[in-house]
Ligand binder design. Structure first.
Ligand code: COA
Ligand code: AMP
Length: 630
């Protein structure tokens, strides 16, 4: 069926469309309906009984495919490649689940995972899913404080961590970060499981910490526990406008149905195919398409521990594709830009046999046409931009390879997927004509797999997503739809910035800057960065009468952000200014300053309190090397 027919079939009868899609899943008890009009924004397959781990592992083993490779771990950081069959994965996951059960973890209990890109991270997620525990994975690039904030919000019974992660040139000892986070958090987990890596073994806390290898060797494997369709499968925290991250909840059944549908129809991945998503299990992309999507499909997933460049070189992506026969490859545009910077002509592509590769998928940030063209020209396969969010869990707009590729328009992630009625609205909430810029919203209900609420924060869920445009989900992205229905994502409407495909809150960085004793007032803005898309920049006003060295304060706040939020914030620059430009009502003109830093021509906003401040900002930014125009 062509895309247009598929989308029309969904629109004509969503209930039927998703009931049919649900047949790709094994149910302990099939749901009585697809959509349930309950909860703040509706729920899917709510009264079905189902288990995620069964669908991702056991059913494939049961069907005689236990010898098929489930996970290929390729780690240029340790110079190793290892493989796990579905049967081996089942055994490891069931044993780890057994350890959790023996220690009292059961359905609905939360477990926080703080793990690098190793197969044990995938096993830990699946072990939780096996027993109906709710996992919350915290990305390794976040510091102890961010982990502590998530511990207090999720209140986990257990934390599973690895002793360390491996970054180029340094070993990141996770265990001490976990210990610091537990010390800082008000909530304390009952116990921790630590996977010791040979690169850096961790000292254990007696009575609290279990050694993964010892505990799983002695464990009784636990069976799959069926849960209701609307039982939370996981919580994944994402940046909002404040330092308190939003706990995006994913319900079990909708998640399974959406992933089974999308992995086949969007990525063209089925049983036996090799899918490589070069992201991290700490992000939604990793949850959906490193872990659950390919395994539900019975495919092979590549878990890659390395970087696009420097591990050891800009040919790594192509080496992994060739070595493992990758069919669909998914990464962020920033990663391709990094490769292109080191190997501009793409000479290294020619060193590998990429005949298995059918397409490259890009997401996480806007895919700039140059990056798409460079990749297409060298790899000679379609390069497909698609747009989604932690909240949605799968693509809102894409070009569905598995259905039949539509014409690619560079700069657009193409067309809405079935389930998503995407509209562009003006400030008053009225749809605008094609080609007109506005807020992008999705008509409710959202499809299966998308967030039904925020963890312990239903009011925040309503306020963040539902209240502004009644009847719609507000994406927080701005853009337009062209005459052919292609969606274009141009900017965020909030204070979220996108650094190297990672979503970060300028508000949370401002909270850190403001806590410096010499800082009276501050602003963090996202400025254009050739590699990372955007990079954060801090502007500081210091307290009057405090004798301080400006460069020293700037260096101190840089260190504070790294220490409190983590290296992932990539906060490297701050500069001191006398005053910040504001509107007459006192709102800081962040967007205006970002434009100045980007070297754009800036018209003085009509609402500005004192236009002279803009020149001061120009001078300060030019002083730290920004391409300011006067
Ligand atoms: N654990 C600990 N630290 C981590 C980490 C992890 N899991 N991941 C990243 N970091 C650290 C890095 O070491 C770096 O630290 P540094 O400031 O000491 O150099 C910092 O966080 C920023 O990391 P990163 O954003 O990876 O930048 P980079 O400069 O090391 O590399 C790219 C640049 C473009 C190669 C890299 O950002 C990249 O591969 N991006 C792809 C992003 C992606 O896949 N996003 C998922 C969305 S689909
Ligand atoms: P995250 O929740 O971290 O996945 O970030 C989601 C945000 O990243 C979106 O709301 C967009 O702002 C941005 N984003 C993701 N994919 C794309 C894309 N293909 N094009 C433009 N922006 C994107």
């Amino acid at each position: 069926m062509a895309y247009q027919d598929l989308y029309a079939a969904w629109k004509a009868d969503p209930e039927r469309f998703w009931t049919e899609a649900a047949q790709a899943i094994d149910w302990t008890r099939p749901p009585s309906a697809a959509h349930f009009d309950q909860g703040p924004a509706g729920e899917w397959f709510a009264d079905g009984l189902v288990n995620t781990c069964w669908n991702a592992i056991d059913r494939h083993v049961e069907a005689g495919h236990g010898d098929r490779i489930a996970i290929i771990h390729d780690s240029p950081m340790t110079n190793s490649v290892s493989r796990l069959t579905y049967a081996q994965l089942q055994d490891r996951v069931a044993r780890l689940a057994g350890v959790l059960v023996a220690r009292g973890v059961g359905k609905g209990d939360r477990v926080i995972l703080y793990m690098p890109m190793i197969p044990e991270a995938v096993q830990a997620m699946l072990a939780c899913a096996r027993i109906g525990a709710i996992h919350s994975v915290v990305f390794g690039g976040f510091a102890a404080h961010e982990l502590a904030v998530r511990i207090d919000d999720a209140r986990p019974k257990a934390i599973i961590a690895a002793s360390c992660g491996l970054e180029p040139g340094r070993t990141v000892a996770y265990k001490p970060l976990m210990d610091r986070a537990i010390d800082e958090a008000r909530h304390k987990p009952d116990f921790c499981i630590v996977f010791q890596r040979p690169e850096c073994t961790a000292a254990m806390t007696p009575g609290r910490d279990l050694d993964w290898a010892e505990a799983t060797a002695a464990a009784t494997p636990a069976p799959c526990v069926p849960v209701e369709g609307n039982h939370p499968a996981y919580i994944l925290y994402t940046s909002g406008t404040t330092g308190q991250p939003k706990g995006v909840v994913r319900h079990t059944a909708g998640h399974l149905v959406a992933l089974a549908w999308s992995v086949r129809h969007i990525y063209d991945i089925g049983a036996g195919d090799v899918f490589w998503v070069a992201s991290d299990v700490g992000w939604v992309v990793g949850h959906s398409y490193i872990v659950y999507g390919p395994l539900v499909a019975g495919a092979t997933t590549v878990v890659f521990e390395g970087k696009p460049v420097g591990t050891p070189d800009a040919g790594t992506f192509w080496r992994v594709i060739a070595d493992h026969g990758v069919k669909s490859f998914f990464t962020a545009p920033t990663a391709i830009r990094a490769v292109k910077r080191d190997d501009p002509s793409g000479a290294m592509v020619g060193q590998y046999d990429l005949s298995s590769l059918k397409a490259v998928f890009l997401a996480g940030e806007r895919a700039d046409p140059d990056t798409i063209t460079w990749t297409e020209d060298r790899l000679k396969v379609p390069v497909i931009d698609h747009w989604w969010q932690t909240e949605t869990g799968w693509a809102i707009a894409a070009n569905p390879l598995g259905v039949g590729l539509l014409p690619i328009k560079k700069g657009s992630p193409s067309l809405p997927m079935p389930g998503y009625d995407v509209q562009v609205l003006d400030e008053a909430g009225h749809p605008v004509p094609p080609g007109t810029l506005g807020a992008i919203a999705i008509k409710l209900p959202l499809p299966p797999g998308t967030l039904p609420t925020l963890w312990n924060a239903e009011a925040r869920f309503r306020k963040s997503y539902l209240d502004h445009f009644p009847g719609y989900y507000e994406t927080g992205d701005a853009g337009y739809i062209d005459d052919d229905g292609y969606v274009y994502i141009m900017a965020r409407t909030d204070d979220v910035i996108n650094v190297a495909g990672h979503r970060l809150s300028t508000g949370s960085m401002e909270e850190v800057l403001a806590s410096h004793p010499a800082v009276a007032e501050c602003a963090v803005i996202g400025v254009a960065d050739a590699l990372k898309g955007q990079a954060p920049l801090g502007l500081l006003c210091l307290k009057k009468g405090v004798e301080t060295d400006h460069a020293q304060v700037a260096a101190e706040v840089v260190r504070m952000v790294r220490d409190r939020i983590g290296p992932v914030a990539a906060f490297k620059t701050a500069c001191v200014v006398d005053r910040l430009p504001k509107t007459r009502s006192g709102k800081i003109l962040r967007a205006t300053m970002a434009k100045i830093a980007d070297g754009e021509e800036v018209k003085t906003p009509a609402t500005i309190d004192d236009p002279a401040i803009l020149d001061e900002i120009r001078a300060a930014l030019a002083g730290v090397g920004y391409p300011v125009r006067n």
